[in-house]
Design a protein around this ligand. Structure first.
Ligand code: NCD
Ligand code: ZN
Length: 345
């Protein structure tokens, strides 16, 4: 196959930041996706509908002039979130979900939740109003091995949470293990998951073999090959519980290439192309449209996009970095060739 035309996809998990970084990265996401679920982990975090609306405006103002891209906003769940705020989300046309970060789990998660029972009344209200909870599913226990943090979260936290709130819509974000795949497959239909391109393309060797590779460092961290294979199988299975969420997470290059580098892979520059590569390798390009363009919209009860997008087999070299002046972001596969290119809308 040298050309594929798909219904325009959406990105169900992306970090676009704000200020100059937002201006650098947003066109990459808007070039291919109709909509995207925008992560709220700014500094300070987006915790109220009012803040989300002003962040949404900032994103819309940063878009290329002819863009029809729609940012779908989320709120950061904190110990201070109120039931009244949940009600406001339910009434808002622009805010679509809450994001749960366990405190300390990842970039800008200091304001996250340390004891889940504290927010039970909030989760109860979300369940009642049918507002999805998006979860960064890792425990933060110091003695828990970083490669086990997701699997332990499923066992210790998520199982109980689902028992407590059986009707709550949950997206387990950026899953990285075969345990998470099995968990989501065997859970009820209100439990879904997103999968990133880096977790479909790389195993944990990509972090360490031949030298330390800070641009492959993201959280949850890359896992062993058997997990990657389970993720590829899930993404290409046609099961609507698994859908596209890039977790594209731009950081300044020098903050990743340092003694204590930030977590996050920047993939927005070539998101659909990277997924196409993973699906092609699995012999499953025919399953890309469901994963990228249908299942996420269906889960969020939003209409599927009506435009189309075309990918062509065409080699191109990923630049060394994006951005100008003070902003330099190193993309995934910098200075490497990609085989697919989005060619038309
Ligand atoms: C994300 C970021 O940089 O905001 N980093 C990452 O490694 N994925 C945060 C997150 O989604 O965990
Ligand atoms: Zn993320």
């Amino acid at each position: 196959m040298t050309k594929i035309t798909l219904t325009q996809p959406d990105d169900w998990h992306v970090h676009v930041r704000n200020g100059a970084m937002l201006k650098t990265v947003i066109a990459h996401t808007a070039r291919q996706f109709g909509r995207a679920i925008i992560m709220p982990n700014l500094k300070p975090p987006v915790t109220t509908v009012k803040q989300a609306l002003s962040y949404r405006k900032e994103i819309l103002n940063a878009l290329p002039a002819d863009s029809t891209f729609q940012p779908l906003m989320t709120l950061y769940l904190t110990n201070q979130t109120s039931v009244a705020e949940v009600k406001q989300v339910a009434e808002s046309a622009f805010v679509h979900a809450f994001k749960l970060y366990p405190a300390g789990a990842t970039t800008h998660s200091e304001a996250g939740i340390s004891t889940l029972v504290t927010v039970y009344p909030i989760l109860e209200a979300m369940e009642k109003y049918n507002i999805p909870l998006l979860i960064h599913g890792e425990v933060t226990d110091e003695v828990c091995d970083i490669f086990d943090r997701e699997a332990i979260f499923l066992e210790k936290i998520l199982t109980g949470l689902i028992q407590q709130f059986p009707a709550l819509q949950i997206v387990l974000e950026h899953i990285t293990t075969k345990e998470a795949v099995q968990f989501v497959e065997s859970a009820a239909k209100n439990i879904a998951a997103t999968i990133t391109p880096q977790h479909l393309l790389y195993n944990r060797n990509a972090l360490l073999v031949g030298g330390i590779r800070p641009h492959h460092y993201c959280l949850p961290i890359l896992k062993r090959e058997s997990h990657r294979l389970a993720l590829v199988k899930a993404a290409t299975s046609g099961n609507p519980k698994f859908f596209l969420g890039t977790d594209s997470a731009p950081h300044l290059s020098h903050l990743k290439e340092t003694a204590c580098g930030c977590a996050g892979c920047y993939t927005a520059h070539a998101a659909l192309e990277l997924y196409a590569e993973a699906f092609e390798k699995a012999g499953a390009l025919d399953k890309l449209e469901g994963f990228a363009s249908f299942y996420g919209a269906d889960f969020y009860q939003l209409p599927r996009n009506t435009k189309t997008i075309t990918l062509e087999k065409q080699d191109w070299l990923v630049p060394d970095h994006y951005g100008e002046n003070d902003i330099s972001v190193t993309p995934l596969k910098a200075n490497e060739m990609l085989a697919w290119k989005v060619s038309a809308f």
